[in-house]
Design a protein around this ligand. Sequence first.
Ligand SMILES: Cc1cc2nc3c(=O)[nH]c(=O)nc-3n(C[C@H](O)[C@H](O)[C@H](O)COP(=O)(O)OP(=O)(O)OC[C@H]3O[C@@H](n4cnc5c(N)ncnc54)[C@H](O)[C@@H]3O)c2cc1C
Length: 416
Amino acid sequence: MRYSLFSLARQALRGHRGWQPVWRDAAPQASYDVIIVGGGGHGLATAYYLAKEHGIRKVAVVEKGWIGSGNAGRNTTIIRSNYLLPGNEPFYEWSMKLWEGLEQDLNYNAMVSQRGVLNLYHSDAQRDAFARRGNAMRLAGADAELLDAGAVRSMLPFLDFDNARFPIKGGLLQRRGGTARHDAVVWGYARGASDLGVDIIQNCEVTGFVRDGDRVTGVTTTRGTIGAGKVGLAVAGSSSRVAQYAGLRLPIESHVLQAFVSEAIKPLIPGVVTFGAGHFYISQSDKGGLVFGGDIDGYNSYAQRGNLPTVEDVCEGGMALMPVIGRVRMLRSWGGLVDMSMDGSPIIDRTPLQGLYLNAGWCYGGFKATPGSGWCFAHLLARDEPHPTARAYRLDRFATGHLIDEKGQGAQPNLH
Ligand SMILES: Cc1cc2nc3c(=O)[nH]c(=O)nc-3n(C[C@H](O)[C@H](O)[C@H](O)COP(=O)(O)OP(=O)(O)OC[C@H]3O[C@@H](n4cnc5c(N)ncnc54)[C@H](O)[C@@H]3O)c2cc1C
């Protein structure tokens, strides 16, 4: 069913009784060419591009809960490609380009809104680092503008520019960055994949792998065993746990990241703003709620909820940046399980087991990567070679020393 102005008018005349379910809720078949474990954005995007770009349609996405019940449905929806390092920037810029055509491609409104992402700087040294980042972005074909304090003031006059500890001196702006509606991204990819013949199997937890020596030939699940030519893992925060079923120990730790939303207020914040002297990022949803977040909680956990000290820390960051929000009431907060890698960058690669492929290590920044990750993982699964923009995301880089450490923090996942 294609969505258009005409189909909307036709349904309106029929009292909206003719809409069809957006995707097929499938039961598992005996075997597939490819099984993707994890029905988040990345898993569904991979299945969609496998079917659309590579003609591989005997594909199943196996999800233990409902699709989008993981981080895909819990994030703060920021999309951007403002990375510094050559291993990252071309990949995230490719993902950004896919975002720009996504709604036309999927015929689905994912509410992609290029309202701009502004990273504030508070010192001369930070300005120089941002200038370097902006130049790297432009060299990779992305857009970047370095603003001084006056330019930022004209965009966001309510910020605390003269804060004694963290004066705002300017910002690095990516106008093409912004937000997208996270649930709609999941539903759009599910619809696109399902239309191309992909089976989306919900409430089906993968509990182990079927092996023939060093080759993975299927998965065991709570709904029986399913055979597969290839198996791709896209389980984000559960990566270490699921890889363990295959005897693999990943360079990944799972941490909790919280997000927050306030009561709805009149339009205040036009784009995404990030604080450069602490970890705080904020945007305003179309419903009016302020959507914000900060650091991970800082301890290993598989619980999808966080702790109060982080709530306080995030709100302190917000107050230092924009005291104007001080009397806005917080409506909800929630936690997600993020897959923190040792260098803060992802992995899209084969594993030491034949037929088993890995997509993981997205830390708290994988939502923006959803289209690019799906595209590159599908490429790897279909052709058995990495996509040119994802060549650096190798699993063995932690052994060989080819790290992609944007922050320069070293092997300390909680700091990335
Ligand atoms: C609070 C928060 C805020 C964030 N904000 C941003 C942001 O603003 N911008 C950004 O770019 N990124 C952000 N992220 C990160 C981003 O959401 C993730 O990196 C990204 O969603 C991960 O990929 P995914 O969508 O495929 O993961 P998920 O949606 O987590 O998908 C993994 C799926 O695997 C399933 N699964 C797990 N184990 C099994 C099993 N054994 N069998 C079957 N299925 C299984 C899970 O149920 C889950 O649905 C944020 C994350 C959090 C938690």
